[in-house]
Design a protein. Structure first.
Length: 267
């Protein structure tokens, strides 16, 4: 929704534990706290501790008051509320530490795509972006596709070729080789273009370099069950998030569908 921002808001301190799976992953939380006028204390992930600090430094160069509004810290003590993002495991600790304060706690999520076989080459290449951007590490990256029975996989595997250069990245290639070895050892059927693996698996979550697929018979029933699943951040497809847009959420597309602005203004 749209909100009235009050310059005379009673300032609170919001502690933010940021994830580090993709660059600037915590920017939306930072922005929401900043524009509501609250102070924020941020614990950065060691995997993503450059860009936001640089941005705040630039902002402070424009207006020195920014330094009093945004503080980077290792320990988040004496905050009035908390926003914390992490794994399923760390979210249990967050509940323990921050449970008595107003909070938004986020755990593991991922995204899926629903295909019907009518997708164009351009749409499949955009879907390849949804899968491969940031090496597929974001919660909005597609890690599984749902396809009708007798689906022709050749066009989508060709679409993966856009990211064949990933195999020049040694850490990615190590993951690919490892996942390929496991599939071979277990005698599992798989398809590949040499840099991305496609294999049938019921799990929403797939390891780096691998995408899961599952067949469906009833599109309506499957769509309904996916929409209500709390492990999913978004669903890509003709009736859902457009192909190529999974990693381009709008300002009002809140993570986990929890309205951060309403939370901050309601404290």
């Amino acid at each position: 929704g749209y909100y009235k921002l009050d310059d005379n808001i009673q300032e609170k301190c919001v502690g933010i534990v940021m994830a580090g799976n993709i660059p600037l992953v915590g920017f939306h939380d930072f922005l929401c706290v900043f524009i509501t006028g609250h102070k924020q204390m941020i614990k950065m992930s060691s995997k993503d501790d450059v860009l936001l600090k640089h941005l705040v430094k630039v902002m402070a160069g424009w207006n020195s008051k920014v330094n009093g509004k945004v503080i980077f810290a290792e320990m988040l003590k004496n905050c009035d509320a908390y926003i914390a993002t992490g794994s399923n495991n760390s979210s249990r600790y967050f509940e323990q530490y921050f449970g008595k304060y107003p909070n938004i706690i986020r755990s593991n999520r991922t995204s899926v795509a629903v295909l019907n076989g009518s997708e164009s080459t351009e749409e499949l290449e955009k879907l390849a972006d949804d899968m491969h951007l940031y090496f597929g590490l974001g919660c909005r990256n597609v890690t599984k596709i749902y396809v009708p029975e007798n689906y022709d996989f050749i066009p989508i595997i060709k679409a993966f070729d856009k990211y064949q250069y990933f195999s020049d990245h040694h850490k990615y290639k190590n993951n690919y080789d490892y996942q390929l070895s496991i599939l071979l050892l277990n005698g599992k059927y798989y398809m590949t273009n040499g840099s991305t693996l496609l294999t049938q698996n019921e799990s929403f979550f797939s390891p780096i370099s691998q995408v899961h697929y599952q067949f469906y018979t009833s599109p309506e029933g499957m769509q309904q069950s996916l929409q209500s699943n709390r492990e999913l951040q978004c669903i890509v497809g003709h009736s859902n998030v457009p192909f190529g847009q999974a990693q381009n959420p709008g300002l009002f597309q809140y993570a986990d569908s929890v309205d951060t602005m309403a939370f901050l203004l309601g404290m």
